[in-house]
Design a protein around this ligand. Structure first.
Ligand code: ASP
Ligand code: MG
Length: 410
């Protein structure tokens, strides 16, 4: 007998029929003698719908009330799920965040979980109930309802699994697991059997939106193994776990891309103390998250500075940088929205030389120009022209031996 936490995302509980299917699947585990805690998201589209409602009422809805409103999405799905289980002749009990309770800080809309009281859940489990916990929500110290940020039900599930020392945390979603790259642009993408927390964090932050980033950070901190798998299939998915020796043998585990960034270059910036601070100050003030920053060694006291920002913040950033450039006497500001960042990720890179060289070589052989490069211990990223994204991903995926051999050539 095991204690299992399962989380089902919005598409998995997107209709009455689907909620019934989930209830049936959960009961299969229950009938085998397992204790079941089920964390649910709101039915697909509901959270967006609630946010739209709020916007109709107010241009700038108060964050406390927005959280009260958004938390209702998950209330609906846990109630309906419990009804489904009971209609099948078994016992179930729904619990909202404040009933568990799940304690958080008071940052509405992006609250962090402090601790979870597991007594109530344990009591319900002992009564033989399947316990359905509303994802994405908690309670601050003053007793206010909080939400954890979009996609936050993953974090609820992982945090619960850690607090109650569950044997496994299974995240059910609409994909079969974590892939070596985006199967939509590379049909030979392969499902990974395992991936380390660190690799997953890099994959998630680069846009492989299988798991919410914070849930992976949580899992890493408390060493909770996560099984990411599909609600619509019986196949095993991908285990996200602590790094093992075996993982180091693989140079690259995945190729990711991000088309959501734009590049800003400031030409001939006077190379003296304080210029970078002056340039970035207004950008940070405006809440823009700068990603890569590259500065050249200076020639005759002048240097070029290039960095990337989210596309959505491009125009705002160009305006701010142009103002500063005038003030500090830089030559000109150039912007480019048609870029993409392609990255290779793998813990095996740590102990192997030549991985970067191979990446550059592969891109060169397709005549793809590299505009910027950045590296970390387990990741190498290159900024290239956006129109080459798919090609770059495919050739890198192949060159690093990630292809699914079983997949027929197109
Ligand atoms: N319902 C919330 C959202 O759509 C939380 C979640 O799905 O995990 O962001
Ligand atoms: Mg969701």
């Amino acid at each position: 007998m095991a204690l299992i936490v399962q989380k089902y995302g919005g598409t998995s509980v997107g209709s009455i029929e689907k909620i019934r299917d989930v209830a049936q699947r959960v009961l299969e585990y229950y009938k085998e003698g397992n204790q079941m805690i089920v964390v649910l998201s709101a039915m697909a589209g509901q959270t967006d719908g609630l946010i739209q409602l709020a916007r109709k009422m107010s241009d700038d809805p108060p964050s406390r009330e927005l959280d009260v409103l958004m938390a209702t999405g998950e209330q609906v799905s846990v109630a309906l799920f419990s009804m489904a289980v009971r209609s099948m002749g078994y016992n179930a009990c729904s619990l909202l965040g404040f009933q568990v309770p799940i304690h958080t800080d008071d940052l509405y809309g992006k609250a962090r979980i402090h601790d979870i009281d597991t007594d109530r859940i344990r009591k319900e489990l002992e009564k033989g109930c399947v316990v359905a916990v509303a994802g994405f929500q908690g309670l601050d110290r003053e007793g206010n309802i909080t939400t954890l940020g979009r996609g936050g039900s993953d974090t609820t599930a992982v945090a619960l699994a850690a607090a109650i020392k569950a044997d496994v945390c299974e995240i059910f979603t609409d994909v079969k697991g974590v892939y070596t790259t985006d199967p939509n642009i590379c049909p030979k993408a392969r499902k990974l059997e395992t991936i380390s927390y660190d690799e997953m964090l890099e994959m998630a932050s680069l846009g492989a939106k299988v798991l919410e980033i914070r849930s992976v950070e949580f899992a890493k901190k408390f060493d909770v193994p996560i099984h990411v798998r599909s609600t619509f299939s019986r196949e095993r998915g991908t285990m996200v776990i602590a790094e093992t020796r075996d993982m180091e043998k693989v140079l690259v585990s995945g190729v990711t891309y991000n088309k959501n960034e734009a590049r800003v270059t400031i030409k001939k910036v006077p190379d003296q103390p304080g210029t970078a601070a002056q340039i970035f100050e207004p950008i940070f003030q405006a809440g823009v998250v700068v990603d890569m920053i590259v500065q050249n060694t200076s020639e005759e006291g002048l240097t070029d500075l290039t960095f990337t920002v989210p596309k959505a913040d491009f125009h705002k950033t160009m305006k701010s940088v142009s103002e500063v450039a005038g003030r500090i006497g830089a030559e000109k500001v150039l912007g480019d929205e048609d870029i993409a960042k392609v990255s290779i990720i793998g813990v095996g890179m740590r102990n192997h030389a030549g991985v970067a060289q191979k990446m550059f070589h592969v891109l060169a052989s397709e005549n793809i120009n590299i505009m910027m490069i950045s590296t970390s211990e387990i990741k190498i990223s290159c900024v290239i022209e956006e129109k080459y994204t798919e090609l770059a991903v495919r050739v890198l995926h192949k060159a690093f031996g990630l292809e699914d051999e079983a997949y027929p050539e197109k």
